[in-house]
Design a binder for this molecule. Structure first.
Ligand code: LHQ
Length: 261
């Protein structure tokens, strides 16, 4: 499949999406949003065989948020419409996707680019990468879920500082604050993030999807509700082929072979 703004391939069980407008630090355009939506439709189709997604950027940046080049002058735009039709569906889709998304942050992740990265399940960044809630610099407030995600990841005090001051935060700082999973040397990012995606793709996919759902749902649930949810999830997973295989492999003292069923 060929796109104008993305590189996309489903490589066995790993779907690889590379934001590919390197001259503009892979900033989002309407075209890129359309292509991302199409790529996720392909990933979600049962025939795709995908069991994990790896998202990264081409060139020296990960993503600089909305392409501001398309925004100068003219009438005041309805940014609510842009968000309703592009960013919000993207974030909702990523969180609802029934498989893990690994984000390999290869360079600066700014504005919506930062929050799309943080909406992934496991974020691994190159040591030279950075994160910036750039919004307040241009008179906006974080979107793409940032006001929901940030306080949960780093706590309210840091979330406020990040959103208001819009300073660049290094990958190491982001990791030490718990914003991301891991930092690796720049020359190791592709191999390490690829290996992580392969590893997740060989795991019990339904269990990983359930973990993703349970942790998100927990954010707005009481302990009581969450205990019930965990029971329901376990009931369902207990009937899965991967659970049967996991237990059998443990008892046989062999490595399990999960199929995602
Ligand atoms: C860019 C961009 C960019 C176009 C770098 N657009 N060209 C949602 C709904 C609707 C509307 C509004 O927004 C949103 C959500 C948002 O995402 S709002 C936040 C938008 N993003 C920003 O405000 C970040 C803008 N970019 C920057 O502050 C810097 O470029 C960062 C800090 C990301 C990187 O700085 P440098 O490493 O110094 O790179 P640079 O600034 O030199 O950029 C390299 C090139 O990329 C340059 O083009 P040029 O032709 O001069 O080489 C930039 O103009 C271009 N570029 N970001 N968002």
């Amino acid at each position: 499949m060929s796109y104008a703004t993305l590189l996309f391939a489903i490589d066995g069980p790993v779907a690889r999406i590379t934001l590919n407008r390197p001259d503009k630090l892979n900033s989002f355009t309407a075209e890129m949003h359309g292509e991302l939506a199409d790529a996720f439709t392909r990933i979600e189709s049962p025939e795709s065989g995908a069991r994990a997604v790896l998202l990264t950027g081409a060139g020296r940046g990960f993503c600089a948020g909305q392409d501001l080049g398309q925004r100068r002058g003219g009438e005041a735009p309805d940014l609510g419409h842009t968000i309703d039709t592009t960013y919000n569906p993207l974030i909702r889709r990523m969180r609802a996707l029934k498989m893990p998304i690994v984000c390999a942050v290869n360079g600066v992740a700014a504005g919506a680019g930062a929050n799309v990265a943080l909406a992934c399940d496991i974020v691994i960044a190159a040591r030279s990468a950075s994160f910036m809630q750039a919004f307040s610099r241009i008179g906006l407030s974080p979107d793409s879920g940032g006001t929901w995600t940030l306080p949960r990841l780093v706590g309210p005090a840091r979330a406020r500082g990040l959103a208001m001051l819009a300073e660049r935060v290094s990958a190491e700082q982001a990791a030490s604050w718990g914003m991301i999973w891991q930092v690796v040397d720049d020359d190791k990012l592709a191999a390490e993030s690829g290996a992580l995606a392969e590893r997740l793709a060989a795991m019990p996919t339904r269990a990983l999807a359930a973990i993703k759902h349970a942790l998100d749902a927990a954010e707005t649930s009481t302990l009581d509700q969450q205990l019930d949810r965990e029971r329901d999830i376990q009931r369902e997973l207990g009937r899965s082929a991967d659970y049967a295989e996991g237990v059998a492999a443990f008892l046989d003292k062999r490595a399990p072979v999960f199929t995602g069923r």
